[in-house]
Design a protein around this ligand. Structure first.
Ligand SMILES: [Ca+2]
Length: 258
């Protein structure tokens, strides 16, 4: 069987990413998240090099963060994270009260242009940051990847209340579209789409996506493993399970559904 991380309290989570060749674009996907405190289900852009450094950080986030409901907030977080040009990064983060049921499928979209960054849910605008007001928009100018992951923050506001008794947990992505941005016409053009078709438990299209395996990052209590990213009923499924019974759970899945 696959490695299941090591010392992490909870694991595995998972992450995948696809390449955006254009410098700017729009990215949308149909995502259904759970409502599990202590988790993040995401859809985001990220620059990972070459010659990566914190001071050049570029990231635009859609994140479902159920734990903030304990503070009376809706768990829809938008963020621009960008480097300060030296050794630090800055964030322009805000929660948006949209009144949608994030446990059902919705279309989340990020539009990223030199003039603005805009977030929509089901075609309705929830946030728009303009370059004139936002250093984040001005500094987000690198070629990025589109990524999705499902993970467990270690800091309290996003991590508290996690109770793993009913794991495994799942997040589903029905499809993802990538658009390039035409700087002269200021229009978006569909570049590619992945409907995540395929047999249940099949892997994702390796020509579009890379799947993290036995990897994590700072402030994440989960370890990403490749075999928890797979096609399920025409969607891409990210699965989170307790590491000490993950193997048993995998065998149950195979017996039940193959
Ligand atoms: Ca689909």
């Amino acid at each position: 069987m696959h490695a299941h991380g090591s010392e992490s309290r909870i694991g595995p989570g998972m992450q995948m990413y696809g390449t955006i060749n254009e410098a700017r674009g729009a990215f949308n996907g149909r995502e259904g998240a759970g409502n599990h405190y202590g988790t993040v289900a995401s859809f985001f852009t990220y620059w990972n090099g070459p010659n990566w450094s914190v001071g050049q950080w570029n990231e635009i986030d859609v994140e479902i963060v159920p734990s903030v409901q304990a503070q009376g907030k809706q768990p829809f977080s938008t963020n621009i994270i960008y480097g300060d040009g030296h050794n630090g990064k800055r964030e322009e983060q805000s929660y948006k009260d949209f009144g949608h049921d994030w446990t059902k499928y919705h279309i989340y979209e990020i539009e990223w242009t030199p003039d603005y960054i805009r977030w929509t849910i089901d075609g309705k605008e929830v946030r728009k940051s303009w370059a004139g007001d936002s250093a984040g928009v001005r500094f987000t100018n690198k070629q990025q990847h589109i990524m999705m992951n499902f993970w467990t923050p270690t800091w309290d506001s996003w991590g508290h209340g996690r109770n793993d008794y009913d794991m495994p947990w799942y997040v589903y992505y029905d499809w993802v579209e990538i658009y390039s941005y035409d700087h002269s016409s200021k229009n978006f053009h569909l570049k590619w789409r992945d409907d995540f078709n395929g047999n249940n438990l099949a892997g994702v299209d390796g020509s579009k996506w890379q799947v993290s395996d036995n990897w994590t990052f700072e402030s994440n209590a989960s370890t990403f493993v490749k075999n928890h990213v797979y096609i399920w009923d025409g969607a891409m499924c990210l699965k989170m399970a307790k590491s000490h019974y993950a193997e048993h759970d995998e065998s149950l899945t195979e017996e039940t559904f193959d």
